[in-house]
Design a protein around this ligand. Sequence first.
Ligand SMILES: C[S@@+](CC[C@H](N)C(=O)[O-])C[C@H]1O[C@@H](n2cnc3c(N)ncnc32)[C@H](O)[C@@H]1O
Length: 278
Amino acid sequence: MREHLAASKRTEFEYVVACRADWSRTEFLVHLADDVSPEAVGEWRTAAAQLSLGYPAEYLTGRAQFCDLSLDIEEGVLVPRSETESLVERAADRVGEVLQSSRPLVGFEPCSGSGAISLAMADRLPTARMIGVDIDATAVRCALRSARRIGVTDRVTFMQANVLCSWNGFRRFAPAGFDFVISNPPYVTGERIQAAIESSPREPVHALYGGPDGLLFYRAIVERARRALRPGGLLFLEIDEGLEAAILKMLYASGMTNCRWFKDLQGLPRYMEARQEQ
Ligand SMILES: C[S@@+](CC[C@H](N)C(=O)[O-])C[C@H]1O[C@@H](n2cnc3c(N)ncnc32)[C@H](O)[C@@H]1O
């Protein structure tokens, strides 16, 4: 069955089989010689067919690995990407360096999806509170399940809302303003959306499409973060290559300070940071 898959899908197939059987990679190799029940053959055939149709392996295992955490994931929720792990690492380091405080810090994450960023920030900042918001009910359900399993529901909250609408309702979580806002919003432009759908045909388009110029969510987040952040608060954004100049301009025009962007491991502009005036 494995042999019928394209070479690029074979490792994913092995991963899915091993995960479902709760085997390590070595155990998987040991079990290769086993007799297989007809039920297992049927199940694996279905998995192989789904992988060929472009289902991410994470939809078949129900789990995604992100920053040392194992997250719940379902079809319809964007699988968190490895480049977003660097956003979390950078942001957690900066929050630790810049925002020393005797009270617990409160972070806000618009477009939280599977909850990966909020859960990993909470893991790295053990007293911080995180509020994650996403428009998609399945994403919010997955994020809440992960928070329960990881045991952080006292510090991490997820809710369903449209971040393009007012954020006033979230003020109750931080009446004096959020200490930081962090987001990886949809950012694919009209020109690139078809290629993005073709490269991951089973993932939700509403998690990718950022309007014709890719800036729809950045405009909303920058404008609202400006009002929602406390003085000196930090804003962290994941961005796409080619959007950096426009977002930098937008941040300065809004009155944010210390605005700068950073490259990812491929050398492409990927992360943006800015600070609310003190
Ligand atoms: C690029 S994904 C990021 C998900 C997650 N933060 C991550 O890094 O894996 C963008 C997310 O924005 C959500 N989204 C799209 N439109 C939204 C809106 N108007 N309000 C809130 N969330 C929205 C999608 O459901 C999706 O989960």
